[in-house]
Write a protein that binds this ligand. Structure first.
Ligand code: COA
Ligand code: MG
Length: 291
């Protein structure tokens, strides 16, 4: 689990210039939003989308949801202008696409250092190129890093792999990024599920990501939110087991023992740490949902 208890179960992409979707998102039960200026926005619409998004962010209204702005890369015609216009709103995080090296993050960090409004802004990295995956360890430890977003569509394109429901071709990349994220103590959010009306397929992919250790899933459509929230939320059984493990372990300690047994399985200190993290996550979700 990542170092923060903040939930990242459902992370919804919204095309930065779509006013109706931007408005709608203020009432959607997502943990986080990615306001997108990159691939969800056509080239000739990018300047207008940037302006709409800057005004939308300045007006606020997104409550406790986390907000990431995905700008275009600095090797495109739009990246520098995106940052200029978006920086004024003091965004919580900038999501940089197609990150291939720590140097790309360091470059963005210097640009953020140069402005007072972005003193607190974190950097998130799209992990979606072969270079990025191979350099995941150094990228995760670069300045201001807050998390990884798996860009599985771009990655599949670069790998030349095909869609399979078990995502066999992506496992090395997913797990390499998880290792790097955990080593650095940052968040790791899974890629999107393209068939946004296929609920069973989405649920299966969410469960696979959760079981690997992902913090949540990026989403493209509101119809996907409930499933991601449900899969990545500690279940009632998870919470109940966590409580019983903590109780049993405390009772064992009181008797001078270092190990307890719950439901026929040993409980050691490390399991108790996981149990406490589960309870903290459940509490953080309850707090966010009440807000
Ligand atoms: N965020 C917020 N609201 C969204 C949304 C999103 N990503 N996608 C759709 N909606 C809203 C629509 O505005 C519509 O709202 P309304 O009822 O108030 O008009 C409602 O949800 C239903 O939308 P629907 O008609 O089913 O979808 P669509 O045909 O308008 O759009 C997509 C389908 C896939 C084009 C659209 O969901 C989308 O653009 N998703 C984001 C894609 C993206 O960001 N890609 C980049 C990362 S992979
Ligand atoms: Mg991409």
């Amino acid at each position: 689990m990542n170092g923060t208890a903040r939930p990242w179960r459902s992370v919804l992409y919204i095309p930065g210039g779509r006013e109706r979707a931007l408005e709608k998102a203020k009432g959607l039960p997502v943990d986080a939003i990615i306001f997108d200026l990159e691939d969800a926005v056509a080239a000739d619409e990018k300047p207008a989308a940037r302006t709409v998004l800057a005004e939308t962010l300045a007006a606020g209204g997104y409550g406790a949801r986390a907000g990431l702005v995905r700008i275009n890369g600095f090797d495109t015609a739009w990246g520098a202008d995106d940052l200029d216009v978006i920086a004024a709103a003091g965004p919580e995080a900038i999501l940089l696409p197609k990150v291939g090296s720590a140097a790309m993050v360091e470059d963005l960090a210097r640009r953020l250092d140069a402005r007072a409004e972005t003193a607190e802004t974190r950097i998130w990295a799209m992990m979606e190129t072969p270079d990025g995956i191979l350099n995941a360890g150094e990228i995760a430890r670069a300045p201001r890093m807050g998390g990884f977003v798996m860009g599985t569509n771009d990655l599949a394109k670069d790998l030349g792999s095909r869609f399979r429901s078990d995502r066999l071709a992506l496992q090395t990349a997913l797990q390499t990024c998880l290792l790097a994220a955990r080593a650095a103590g940052i968040v790791c959010v899974d890629g999107v599920y393209n068939a946004f009306r296929d609920e069973d397929g989405l649920r299966a992919e969410c469960e696979q990501g959760r079981d690997l250790g992902m913090d949540g899933k990026t989403l493209i459509h509101p119809a996907q939110i409930a499933i991601a929230n449900d899969v990545f939320r500690p279940s009632e059984e998870d919470v109940d087991l966590a409580r019983r493990q903590i109780e049993a372990f405390d009772a064992a300690l009181a008797k001078g023992e270092g190990v307890a047994v719950v439901d026929g399985k040993i409980v050691e200190n490390l399991h108790v740490e996981t149990a406490r993290a589960t309870l903290a996550k459940a509490e953080a979700i309850a707090a966010l949902e009440a807000a």
